[in-house]
Design a protein around this ligand. Structure first.
Ligand code: COA
Length: 316
């Protein structure tokens, strides 16, 4: 089906520590870092999501050694692009000078793995030879900054991979269990004179404890399922690349799976939760640090609003 030809990522330049947040919120570095592992996050100031994704896309193309014109498909996992329409993928297609089909994937923090599965289908049908998979969100622009229980958890960023033909995807599986109550971000109302619906603020709201339980149990389940499908043992996996929402979630899932901490790649400490971008950002960091050897077994695992989950096994 496919193999990953290159990885890339981009973060906004402004960084905010937990102490910075405690200057205007009733919170503390101790509360945030003990419960989540987060110490700082990058936040958008004058950057758009398009800026971050374009930077990641250009870097991914350069590292793959291909031009934008060689792309056959662009997929972008995002909760909210810079426009409701056109899709964020179409915006990036124009920015990088590509001319292939482009579309967004909406699966919240699981979006990157959903996009990999969509890409796998295109490769299986032999419709594509090169695919750009993007993931990015400006989560800090979707927060109620007076709600300390949510705004401290998120950060902004973008990640990208270029996929080419190959046999590195060994198993992939997705789930969805529709549930608006646990985690949602409503639309902003329009201006229709006929509209009788209440006008929403477009802020994230979440039942943190419910998400926590869902996250640990679904990661534990999904990693075992994809390892079974790929015919490998969990203990033979070299690297787990989990969605970065909370270090405690990653540690609890790893503990249940009996996977050592060194095998779990993390970046939450200085990223916060960057939604679908978190896996490709952490993947890119590890890749550029030279952590992966050819033949290494990687498991990617994510959960998010929907509620959605996804996991896959890749041979590096
Ligand atoms: N600073 C200080 N206090 C805070 C706070 C903050 N930023 N946010 C909440 N609190 C307070 C609450 O008001 C509450 O106080 P009370 O007990 O007096 O009412 C208390 O802390 C709640 O603490 P606790 O019960 O320990 O929270 P928790 O253990 O459930 O941890 C989360 C909260 C959000 C860190 C945790 O539930 C979580 O990570 N959930 C998953 C969220 C997630 O991953 N979302 C994204 C999915 S993609």
């Amino acid at each position: 089906m496919f193999k990953i030809l290159s990885t890339a990522s981009a973060l906004p330049k402004c960084r905010k520590t937990n102490d910075d947040l405690s200057t205007f919120l009733d919170t503390s570095d101790e509360w945030i870092s003990q419960r989540t592992g987060i110490r700082e996050r990058a936040v958008c100031t004058d950057e758009t999501l398009t800026d971050l994704l374009t930077q990641a896309a250009d870097q991914a193309l350069e590292r793959a050694g291909i031009t934008a014109q060689e792309l056959d498909l662009i997929l972008c996992a995002t909760i909210r692009g810079d426009y409701i329409t056109p899709s964020q993928a179409c915006v990036i297609q124009k920015e990088i000078g590509a001319s292939c089909p482009a579309m967004d994937i909406s699966a919240a923090c699981t979006g990157f793995i959903y996009a990999l599965d969509v890409a796998a289908g295109y490769f299986a049908r032999k419709k594509v030879k090169k695919v750009l998979v993007l993931a990015g969100d400006c989560m800090t622009r979707m927060m109620d900054w007076s709600d300390r229980s949510t705004c401290v958890l998120f950060g902004d960023g973008a990640g990208a991979v270029v996929l080419g033909e190959g046999e590195n995807l060994m198993a992939i599986q997705l789930t969805a269990n529709g549930n608006v109550d646990v985690l949602n971000i409503p639309h902003v109302g329009g201006d229709s004179p006929f509209d009788k619906l209440p006008k929403n603020q477009s802020y994230l709201s979440m039942n943190g404890k419910e998400v926590y339980k869902f996250a640990v149990s679904s990661m534990y389940r999904d990693v075992q399922i994809v390892c079974d499908q790929a015919g490998v043992k969990v203990e033979d996996v070299d690297w787990i690349v989990p969605h970065q929402a909370n270090l405690r979630i990653i540690e609890a899932a790893a503990h249940k799976l009996k996977v050592s901490g060194e095998k779990c790649l993390t970046g939450i400490e200085n990223l916060g939760n960057t939604s679908a971008a978190s896996i490709p950002i952490v993947l890119d960091r590890a890749n550029t640090e030279g952590k992966f050897k050819a033949g290494d077994l990687l498991v990617l695992t994510a959960f998010g609003a929907g509620l959605t989950t996804g996991a896959c096994v890749l041979r590096w």
